[in-house]
Design a protein around this ligand. Structure first.
Ligand code: ATP
Ligand code: MG
Length: 444
């Protein structure tokens, strides 16, 4: 494993003073996978007080000392050095209820969540891998350290970390670990909503269809109304899949962006609640977009998602069944009312929705979606290029008509530009001057 100089220097300095020092956790895992770690955590036998003495000539961050962590600022970045410790008394906070310092690396690794995250490395000591994380990584196995049921019970956030790592590194959960993740999922209700939101969002942005299907019960533990969608038969000639399976296909087809992935996950959340069956045995879901928008807003608000995100996801869901005609007039109106980004998000969701039915589909709707998309692109490109500079008339033209030279001149030009942008007038001198002349007459 190759360490950046500044990390190697920190390890050297601790070792030179007689303490054990290792890099640990995510950085060891990532290096073994050939991924450049985004940060390096260090653990040591030195007590926090001793670490402070060793680095007394550095600026230090001492906010985490109670939990054994001393931050050393090197080249403007904080490197965290944590004393070997065990911990417990987990509650819904970011930190365990208590920590206890322990003498050796093995005990420190034993408190970690998964074997792949429970490895340490030192340039002079080599690897410490008492739980077989290296082999598990090689064989793509997700395995809890110690007794899985106990480990997920003491901190259920590990279940969400687990599904995230499984999706990210394509790991197969070892049977007892998988069983415990599912069995202990009720404890997720005790975890702070912000943390649940953060983890599940990261998972959603990594997950493919199979990940979503495999962990449906865990996802539905967090977004409870989705429980009813799992296995919900649609009784529709347009759908091969039950509601949740369709949801998984749609979500996985969307860009890896939090708003899009949440919109995909929740777009049909109201289908079970809105289900009716007609005399022919066919299912209908009248109003599911509107009801779903409200449910999604409720779910995300409970999870303390940012307000803008709640609003955007719920707007997308509310409109996901609205198919606008691919006409320039409509495109212009949508663009000025909602903007290009939002419209493209909606069309992206609608295309994925259409593609996630599991049946060959009539191409009319997808074609119309693509056509509207192209129109929005063209239009915004043309209008993006439009500005007062490219307007066919300028201040001199207006003064020649008799406009006085004052700030009113600028606002008149802006009014003319608006008319060009919304398509009411062409960007040509004659019609624009004619309009300006009419306004001038109204003014006197
Ligand atoms: P990432 O690449 O997402 O940062 P990571 O494994 O480094 O992955 P961190 O949250 O940075 O994750 O945590 C660092 C290490 O601390 C982990 O590798 C793991 O050993 C340990 N750890 C973190 N959270 C927990 C937890 N909830 N329970 C047990 N161990 C944990
Ligand atoms: Mg990390």
């Amino acid at each position: 494993m190759k360490l950046p100089d500044k990390i190697a220097n920190i390890l050297d300095r601790l070792e030179a003073r007689g303490y054990e020092a290792w890099v640990v956790g995510g950085c060891v895992r990532d290096s073994l996978l050939g991924i450049v770690p985004h940060d390096y955590d260090i653990c040591t036998s030195a007590l926090p007080q001793q670490t402070q003495e060793v680095f007394s000539d550095f600026a230090l961050v001492l906010a985490g000392v109670k939990h054994g962590t001393v931050g050393v600022i090197v080249d403007g970045e904080v490197v965290e050095i944590t004393t070997f410790r065990t911990e417990g008394g987990y509650c819904d906070s970011r930190h365990p209820g208590w920590v206890q310092f322990v003498p050796g690396i093995r005990e420190d690794l034993a408190r970690r969540d998964f074997t792949i995250n429970a490895m340490a490395w030192s340039p002079i000591r080599g690897y410490a891998d008492p739980f077989g994380g290296g082999a598990d990584l090689k064989h793509h196995v997700l395995r809890a350290v110690g007794d899985p049921a106990r480990r997920f019970e003491e901190d259920a956030l590990r279940i969400l970390r687990g599904i995230r790592f499984a999706a990210r590194f394509h790991l197969e959960p070892e049977p007892k670990t998988e069983q415990a993740m599912l069995a202990q999922r009720g404890h997720l209700d005790d975890i702070a909503r912000e943390r649940v939101m953060e983890e599940l969002t990261q998972f959603l942005c990594l997950a493919d269809t199979q990940d979503l299907l495999r962990w449906a019960q865990v996802i539905a533990q967090v977004a409870a109304p989705l429980r009813d969608a799992i296995g919900f038969e649609q009784h529709s000639p347009h759908h091969a899949y039950d509601v949740f399976t369709h949801t998984a296909y749609v979500t996985a087809a969307l860009p890896k962006d939090p708003v899009m992935r949440w919109a995909g996950l929740l777009h049909d959340v109201a289908k079970p609640a809105c289900f009716t069956m007609d005399d022919t045995g066919r299912g209908h879901f009248v109003g599911h977009a509107q009801v779903g928008a409200e449910m999604a807003n409720g779910i995300l608000t409970t999870l303390r998602a940012p307000k803008a995100m709640c609003e955007e996801v719920s707007w997308l869901i509310e409109h996901h069944m609205v198919f606008y005609p691919a006409e320039e007039k409509t495109a212009r109106r949508l663009l000025s009312r909602h903007g290009k980004d939002r419209m493209e998000r909606l069309l992206t969701l609608q295309m994925a929705d259409w593609g996630g039915k599991g049946l060959p589909v009539d191409e009319d709707i997808p074609n119309a979606l693509t056509e509207l998309w192209n129109q929005l692109e063209d239009l915004s490109e043309r209008e993006g290029a439009m500005s007062l500079k490219t307007l066919a008339v300028d201040g001199h033209d207006l003064m020649a008509l008799g406009y006085p030279q004052n700030p009113n001149l600028g606002s008149t030009l802006q009014r003319l530009l608006n008319l060009v942008v919304n398509g009411s007038l062409p960007n040509e001198k004659q019609p624009l001057l004619h309009q300006a002349e009419n306004w001038l007459k109204e003014m006197v």
